[in-house]
Design a protein around this ligand. Structure first.
Ligand code: MN
Length: 302
């Protein structure tokens, strides 16, 4: 079992303490997914494992939160020998509730998703969103996805899931805080990649229901000509793709250019507004962004 040491200061003396890493496992395929059990099993080599996952399939739910519904966290049968709980919500709900109820978690692992999450899929993926929710809450997040068609052959991938976790849960100080991992079939090794932006595979496929009415399926189309060293290129070449993900979604290139060539009132604002807003102004914005719960929901008083 991998342990890490931590300096603990007490009464002016510094002790080196050996601490077991605590890992929370979640996913978007739901608590019954064999991928969840495989990841929980792999994680046990690295520390204490707890599973908190959605009670059913929530794929492509991205980072939705159940802001207008109460959440429940119920004990489930153990998974890969680890205590497990199911949440009647989204992946982001499960991670948020898990970190609230077990605040001593060091790392959140999400997966193994049955299906790659490459390039623009990151915007839809509930698997990556679960890890990103952890990162938003200040806890490291690692999302791991595998080929959808390898559900019956999870054991084949186990050594590479272990290798990826070993690389990411090591002692190095510059390990990424949030990372998207895709493990291909017949992997050859691990590599750092960038998220592919070479194309978007979402498309609508029209059809008809039994009554002859128009229906539409959201489907995926093949992408060709992928960018070198991207996540998609890596798995095509049988490398485990490990993409560090940023929480800052600002387009820095556009921002620099806009400030320079089309500044609007940006300079005036910087010159005439204080660095820190007044408490009243801050409170007004908090009120303006508050979500109103439905009339049938009674929230507990804070
Ligand atoms: Mn999924």
């Amino acid at each position: 079992m991998a342990l890490y040491t931590s300096k603990i200061e007490s009464a002016g003396r510094v002790f080196a303490a050996v601490i077991v890493m605590r890992l929370l496992i979640s996913n978007d395929d739901g608590i019954h997914s064999p991928g969840l059990a495989a990841l929980a099993g792999a994680a046990r080599a690295f520390g204490d494992v707890l599973v908190v996952a959605p009670d059913g399939e929530r794929s492509s739910s991205s980072q939705a939160i159940s802001s207008a519904l109460p959440l429940r966290c119920s004990a489930a049968p153990t998974i890969a020998g680890a205590a497990a709980y199911r949440v009647n919500g989204t992946p982001a709900d499960a991670v948020t509730l898990g970190l609230h109820l077990w605040p001593d978690i060091d790392v959140v692992l999400s997966g193994l998703n049955l299906g790659f999450n490459l390039g623009p899929a990151a915007w839809h993926s509930g698997t990556l969103a679960a890890a990103r929710q952890a990162a938003l809450l200040g806890v490291r997040g690692i999302a791991v996805s595998i080929p959808a068609t390898l559900e019956a052959e999870l054991a084949l991938l186990a050594p590479w899931v272990h290798e990826a976790l070993a690389a990411l849960l090591g002692k190095s100080r510059d390990l990424p805080f949030l990372i998207n991992v895709n493990v291909p079939r017949e992997a050859r090794g691990l590599m750092w990649t960038r998220a592919s932006t070479e194309g978007y595979d979402g498309r609508i496929v029209p059809g008809h229901d039994g009554a002859g009415r128009d229906i539409y399926w959201f489907d995926m189309e093949p992408i060709t000509g992928v960018d070198h060293q991207s996540d998609r290129w890596a798995v095509e070449q049988h490398w485990v793709s490990m993409t560090p993900i940023s929480l800052d979604v600002t387009d820095e290139t556009a921002l620099t250019s806009l400030r320079q060539h089309h500044p609007l009132d940006t300079i005036l604002a910087a010159q005439t507004s204080p660095h820190v807003s007044s408490p009243a102004e801050a409170a007004q914005v908090r009120e303006d962004e508050a979500q109103t719960p439905g009339p049938d929901v009674v929230r507990p008083a804070r």
